[in-house]
Ligand binder design. Structure first.
Ligand code: HEC
Length: 96
């Protein structure tokens, strides 16, 4: 069983483009990348996730999750469950 999982993971790693960069699937699934590029300097109508991390990272994970869930001045509340939102924020905070 372990080997099967290993093989599947290896196959996935080959299939996924290098740019995926451990980015959670939820980022694309929730449409975040329409406005926020996953990488520095990437295209999007708003700032990239690394830029967001630097500007808003000091608010902390819990506050950011709350802001996205409830909506903020910048955002309508985002769809997707809280676990997914948290996963995205945790990933974002690694980009600082
Ligand atoms: C329609 C465009 C749009 C989409 C889609 C969008 N955002 Fe944003 N987001 C913005 C804008 C504009 C800002 C304000 C950035 C600034 O100028 O400081 C922002 C700010 C943020 C912030 C900073 C904290 C806050 O509440 O303002 C975070 C974190 C964030 N977005 C995450 C996400 C995530 C995660 C998704 C997907 C689930 C997402 N955004 C989808 C436009 C968008």
């Amino acid at each position: 069983m372990k080997t099967m999982i290993g093989t599947a993971a290896a196959a996935l790693a080959v299939l996924l483009p290098a740019v995926a960069d451990a980015q959670p699937r939820a980022v694309q699934r929730n449409g975040c990348t329409n406005c926020h590029a996953a990488q520095e300097g990437g295209r999007g109508s708003s700032m990239s996730f690394p830029e967001l991390a630097r500007k808003y990272g000091s608010l902390g994970e819990d506050q950011l999750v709350k802001q996205l869930k409830d909506g903020s001045t910048n955002h309508p509340p985002i769809r997707g469950n809280e676990a997914q939102t948290r996963e995205i924020i945790q990933w974002m905070l690694t980009l600082k």
